[in-house]
Design a binder for this molecule. Structure first.
Ligand code: 48F
Length: 274
């Protein structure tokens, strides 16, 4: 046997299909069992959710992000009209500096970044800080306890949802839930639909729905909109603007990052209150 064949057969001998299976199943089950009791459940792994998770993990909080898609990053990968660059304003620069994203100054107050680099580095930093990120798992309901208090999220595989299979979901307990689901503000929508008489601190008492694009106003209002709208439920990112009826802002992402950081601070405040 020549040398190459000998090396190949040595490597092949070590691979056993069922051991690969066992490694995956055992490890995922261990990790999953570890996150069924959380301090904070973040729903959606877009820029606001991932940023919130990073700051929470850095503060020593047990946090997991549940993302329905198989990929993280939400609407950030595609920049504007699939040109993979994003713009952020000076106020958010520090958040990206912390994770090593390279920013090119543009004009007085703007920076441009590569959207792929930004998603990757923000996600990697959140995971390094200790946040768990689960992909392919969507939130389809919330858990409630006495007095309709939110006590967690109810999850199912995104694939089950897409295939419209009639399969029951499972529950994850969390002291605080952050709705980072973007334009759809899905968790706020579920709470509004399923908890009778719910009143959010908005003009209508419910989800108002986002207004048409106006970046300056959208980016200004998002921080005020990032808050607890129902006991133990915080909205962040585009979900915050959708709930309060503020404009969308297109491919400027500073507001998403600042909102994620504020959501983390709000969650820390709630955890201290408990
Ligand atoms: O939409 P998305 O990126 O939310 P964001 O953090 O950022 C908005 C910007 O991308 C952009 C913008 C910038 O100015 O306006 O749109 O507010 O990410 C939301 C993520 O949540 C996931 C969804 O797949 C996406 O990755 N998601 C939505 N609903 C659920 C969910 C759900 N029910 N369960 C799990 N994940």
């Amino acid at each position: 046997m020549d040398n190459t064949r000998a090396i190949q057969s040595d490597t092949m001998a070590k691979i056993e299909d069922t051991k690969v299976t066992a490694a995956i199943v055992e490890r995922f089950l261990q990790d999953f069992l570890d996150i069924i009791n959380l301090d904070v459940a973040v729903v959606g792994a877009g820029p606001s959710g991932i940023t919130a998770a990073r700051y929470l993990a850095k503060a020593g909080v047990k946090v997991a992000v549940f993302e329905r898609n198989l990929h993280v990053g939400g609407g950030m990968w595609g920049g504007g009209i699939l040109f993979p660059r994003i713009v952020i304003q000076d106020a958010a620069k520090g958040i990206l500096d912390e994770v090593g994203v390279r920013l090119e100054p543009k004009g007085e107050d703007y920076y441009v970044a590569d959207s792929v680099e930004t998603v990757s580095k923000c996600t990697s930093a959140a995971i390094d800080a200790g946040a768990k990120v689960v992909v392919g798992l969507g939130v389809e309901d919330v858990m409630i306890r006495e007095n309709d208090r939110i006590a967690g999220v109810v999850v199912n595989w995104g694939a089950v949802e897409m295939a419209r299979l009639h399969v029951d979901p499972v529950s994850i307990q969390a002291k605080v839930v952050i709705d980072a689901t973007g334009h759809a503000s899905e968790v706020a929508g579920i709470v509004q639909r399923k908890i009778p008489g719910v009143k959010f601190p908005t003009q209508t008492g419910g989800v108002v729905g986002e207004k048409p694009m106006w970046a300056a106003v959208g980016e200004t209002e998002i921080l005020n909109n990032t808050r607890e709208i129902y006991p133990n439920l915080i909205v962040t990112g585009m979900a915050a603007n959708a709930v309060f009826g503020s404009p969308r802002m297109g491919p400027i992402f500073g507001g998403m990052l600042l909102s994620g950081r504020k959501a983390a601070n709000e969650a820390l405040r709630i955890l201290k209150r408990a």
